[in-house]
Design a protein around this ligand. Structure first.
Ligand SMILES: [Zn+2]
Length: 715
């Protein structure tokens, strides 16, 4: 997900909150002003410690939070270069090089869904048939499903958490109060169908989870069953909770998501994944084909994930011809222009409701939007290998200007072409951007961006939401447990999308997700890295409060990857590894260690010191220049330069060295200089006395104390 600038949203958003926390962090980083002494950070389970390295694979740093020096260091080379890190052996499902193992499996969930939208009561009602295939080696005596709409039930966990005010729940995620009375799902019936026999079962609902006991266990390795569920729910007002409705000048508008009971994931690491939906932590879903139909009043248009199967029934001949023209057009073609909104001739003649049918292959979810107020335009997306897809946008007439949604389809096309070219081809036939009440939420092939987004903000949110098609829609990580694996990797690819789009029209990417102050990201991250209350990147999605969500799930991991790509490994080496990760884990469920291992494996570099320090721990970087002497006291024989690593995070240093008289040179040292200790002296072939030595002269690293980065003669 993401936000658009708060001025463009009717919801209180987190960007301003982050500014406040950054300021707070700056204040707290002053010596003597810290708080939260002795706070213990729970270490995420990180594989099994290798037998050869007793103790733990990695240990949480002691952090008093009390004084700056204690929070920066001391440097411990044995913690930084830890032979026990990522040392758990491979398994039949996950290989040591970061690939899926020879016995890797995922279960499959195919859906057939038929619903009717009661636009007056704002209710979605209907039924679904889930074909669930168990590819695991285990027999399953029951199934777990996700009832996300129940986050809105009175008395839900989310509501209770929200009352605590820490902003770790739906309230904060959605920027307002949870509307009461929408009540979540009403489950009318659940039946299990096997070998042609249908059995009604009594489901057990626990908040946003539903357990379906099976009359007979579902066997391993390819057994399947059908689950038929009748249900309904009332769509909540506004854009909260990633779904909602609003009234426009031209009728009601619905953005509808999490709209059918969805299978929880049974995986090789945790079995059933049953973390509740609290509003912040996003989703974890299996793949399959989803066939769905939505019945709406005839005046309504519908867009949805996947391909529209019955254009002949729901569009006019003129609209179908325009869509055909759009399939060959580099620029947006109106399927329905602003002037045509409300014109009865833009709907097929006849009486009664219409049913819109869609299908999407190889997907983990689908979402849709419906309204009589759609302006609709479309253009061709050019994909690698001569393939193409269709970019589309729908938005109300009020948003149709060229400074707003009039360029949405251009943005969709641009972003998808860039991501496809750089990383992995977009796999679906359509991509729809919806300008309705929901501001910044991604689904396969369809995104909700806010109808009031404009200009650079609309580009940014569109690129970001479509970036999610790669993480987590193609690479199916567990968003609820590892938010950075989709938000951080997505923010990282968005940085280069902004550089590539339209000659860098909106570059560099600087927004609420990445360097919100607009300056050097490596400097802007420092208050977050120094903040004693900031959790590690690798935290449960719901354990990162609103103020830290963008700094820690988006900005810090994205900057970490930029440092690896542009400073540590170089673009070619990094990009090959990053592409390999996408290829290896497309349509699968990677964990953080699969990502780390793949990058290490393809790049040929053990980056454990960085994965541990930046992603799992909250280590700070503090490189310093300690002093200069000369061989035999003679500058013409060479200078002896001493540098130190005072923070816990190591990093290969780059130095700029200037001699009296202006001769200058640059030195890059390998990270291994820090394996044996935090101080290192090296010889530099000077010809005259040195005037200055500067570490990280171009400010590319998040060094928390730049004041000790420079030595000058005579000072
Ligand atoms: Zn996002």
């Amino acid at each position: 997900m993401d936000v658009i600038p708060s001025s463009q949203s009717d919801e209180r958003r987190t960007v301003a909150g982050w500014g406040r926390i950054a300021l707070l962090a700056l204040l707290l980083s002053a010596p003597g002003l810290g708080r939260g002494a002795g706070r213990a950070w729970a270490a995420p389970a990180w594989g099994t410690p290798a037998p050869v390295a007793p103790g733990v694979a990695w240990a949480p740093a002691q952090d008093t939070g009390r004084d700056t020096t204690a929070r920066i260091g001391p440097y411990d080379p044995h913690a930084a270069f830890d032979p026990g890190f990522l040392a758990s052996p491979s398994s039949p499902t996950r290989s040591a090089d970061g690939s899926p193992g020879p016995d890797y499996w995922t279960n499959r969930a195919d859906y057939e869904i038929h619903v009717r939208l009661d636009t007056a009561a704002r209710r979605v009602e209907g039924w679904e048939a889930i074909t669930y295939t168990n590819e695991s080696p285990d027999s399953l005596g029951y199934l777990w499903l996700q009832l996300d709409q129940n986050v809105r039930r009175a008395g839900s966990r989310s509501e209770k958490l929200a009352a605590g005010g820490r902003g770790s729940t739906a309230l904060d995620a959605d920027g307002g109060t949870t509307p009461a009375g929408t009540g979540g799902y009403r489950i009318d019936s659940v039946a299990v169908v096997r070998r042609g026999r249908s059995t009604r079962v009594d489901e057990r609902t626990f908040g946003t989870r539903m357990q379906v006991p099976l009359p007979e266990a579902l066997g391993p390795r390819g057994s399947s069953l059908r689950l038929v569920i009748g249900y309904s729910f009332v769509v909540p007002e506004g854009g909260r909770g990633r779904t909602g409705w609003m009234d426009t000048d031209h009728g009601r508008w619905f953005d509808v998501a999490q709209w059918f009971p969805r299978m929880a994931v049974y995986d090789d690491v945790r079995g059933w994944n049953t973390l509740p939906f609290l509003g912040t932590g996003e989703f974890y879903l299996d793949y399959g084909a989803i066939d769905y139909s939505v019945t709406v009043p005839r005046s309504y248009l519908v867009v949805g994930s996947g391909e529209l199967l019955n254009p002949d029934e729901v569009l006019t001949a003129r609209q179908r011809a325009r869509l055909d023209r759009a399939r060959g057009s580099d620029t947006a073609v109106y399927v329905r222009s602003p002037d045509e909104v409300g014109d009865p001739d833009t709907r097929p003649a006849g009486q009664g409701p219409l049913t819109w049918r869609f299908r999407m292959e190889r997907t983990r979810d689908v979402a849709w939007a419906a309204s009589p107020a759609f302006v609709w335009d479309a253009a061709r997306i050019d994909l690698p290998g001569g393939k193409s897809a269709l970019a589309m946008s729908v938005y109300p007439p009020a948003s149709a200007s060229d400074s707003a949604w009039g360029r949405s389809t251009e943005y969709v096309k641009g972003a998808i072409e860039i991501f496809s070219r750089r990383w992995y081809p977009y796999p679906w036939p359509t991509a729809v951007n919806v300008g309705g009440p929901v501001g910044g939420m991604e689904y396969p092939g369809l995104t909700f961006c806010h109808w009031r987004a404009t200009g650079k903000g609309l580009w940014g949110v569109t690129a970001h939401e479509f970036g999610h098609e790669w993480f987590p829609m193609i690479v199916g990580s567990d968003e609820r447990r590892h938010a950075w694996m989709d938000e951080g990797l997505n923010t990282f690819i968005d940085i280069y999308a902004s550089e590539d789009f339209h000659g860098g029209e909106y570059a560099p990417k600087r927004d609420g997700e990445y360097a919100p102050g607009g300056g050097n990201p490596a400097r802007e991250i420092v208050p977050t890295t120094m903040d004693p209350d900031a959790p590690p990147i690798e935290s449960l999605g719901d354990a990162v409060t609103g103020a830290y969500r963008h700094p820690l799930s988006y900005f810090k991991p994205a900057l970490g990857l930029v440092i690896l790509r542009e400073y540590v490994l170089g673009p070619d080496r990094f990009d090959r590894a990053f592409r390999a990760y996408i290829r290896r884990w497309a349509w699968r469920h990677p964990r953080p260690e699969d990502f780390f291992r793949t990058i290490d494996d393809v790049a040929g570099e053990d980056l454990g010191w960085f994965w541990k320090g930046w992603f799992l721990e909250r280590w700070r970087l503090d490189q310093a220049v300690e002093g200069v002497s000369y061989v035999d006291g003679d500058p013409s024989k060479g200078a002896l330069i001493t540098i130190s690593n005072l923070g816990r995070l190591p990093m290969p240093p780059t130095l700029r060295i200037e001699e009296e008289g202006g001769r200058a040179g640059s030195v890059r040292l390998p990270v291994e200089i820090w394996e044996t200790g935090g101080t290192f002296t090296f010889r530099y072939a000077s010809t005259r006395p040195l005037a200055s030595v500067t570490v990280d002269p171009d400010h590319r690293l998040p060094d928390v104390r730049p004041e000790n980065d420079r030595w000058e003669a005579g000072r």
